[in-house]
Design a protein around this ligand. Sequence first.
Ligand SMILES: [Fe+2]
Ligand SMILES: [Fe+2]
Length: 390
Amino acid sequence: MKLGILGGSFNPVHLGHLFLADTALCALKLDRVVMIPACRSPFKPDAEGMENSAGTRVEMLAAAIAGDSRLVIDACEIKREGISYTVDTLEDIIARYIPDGKPALIIGDDLAVDFPKWRDSEKILKLADVVIARRLNSAAVDYPFPHTLINNEVMNISSHAIRKKISEGKDWRSLVPAGAAVIIEDRRLYGFSGAGAGEECSHALILRVEAAARETLSIERFIHSRNTAILAHDLCRRFNINPMSGYLAGIAHDLAKQLDSEQMMKLAKKDKAAITELEKEKPNLLHGRAAAVLLRERFCVHNEDVLEAVAVHTSGRENMCSLAKIIYIADKLEFSRNIDPAARKICNGDDLDNIFFTVFGKTVSKLQSRDLNLTEETLRLLDRMKEKNR
Ligand SMILES: [Fe+2]
Ligand SMILES: [Fe+2]
């Protein structure tokens, strides 16, 4: 196995790190790159909180490289504690991985200029082939020790700059792999103070539910669910509801839509509410209730508003919470629905009840024009709407 070794603080991991690993794998025809988060870097001995953040840095790295078997995380420097010296790490890695030939020690050109001053640099040269990649400089430098230079593109990204952007509320998300960005937002790392998802609707949870929707639904149904989530997110923001609860309920609302009738019925029965004759005849009417059960049982969602919004998105219900009204609206008006543009403009109103009852009224009229039976819940809500309009 031809091995590459890429150390760093990974505080946080960013796309520059992944690009560097990828470039080294291809340019040097490596089988694997071992990524080694430092406990405390000898180059940044005063960096605050490095040892304390070790677990989180490893988690972010793991999230960033998920599914890529070419990349390995090795926590040897964290286990060793204290200042992390490359020479110790190399001996340890060679003993455990037994690579074919010398491993490639990949270092950025920002650190390479000082390589001769590293602890036991002569021994490092005996143990590994030093490979210098362009990190921040594109100018040619004459390094006075044996090395291979990778002529890679320079990605001008640094963890320091990302931490600064996060703390200043500037754009940083596109610089950090999605899995790591989710951890930063959910745990409010590096002074992140943007609109967080909140514990109950964390980004990590949303990613899991979205992945399940992508895997189980047809691509058209998935796009519909995602568009519903986006419109629900925007409506929630306008009506002062946690936008991520809107996204979560939107992405999940049709999660059970493509299950067979028997599975749908089995799941829906678990919510303990009665199953009507009409629902027995047309189990598809239960797909919202079934999805709510899936959310609670498989994804441990206990936010009652999210569960109600998913459960009643087909029929509506008297005294629905605001989030349930929003999901009902978003499901009917999202971008991929081929509807009259004027009907879509209803969304711009500033009275949620008015928007909801307009959309509900039109949906019911459409069902009636197709001679479809309405559920008992829908009929009760229709009566309520008529009373309101009297
Ligand atoms: Fe649905
Ligand atoms: Fe839907």
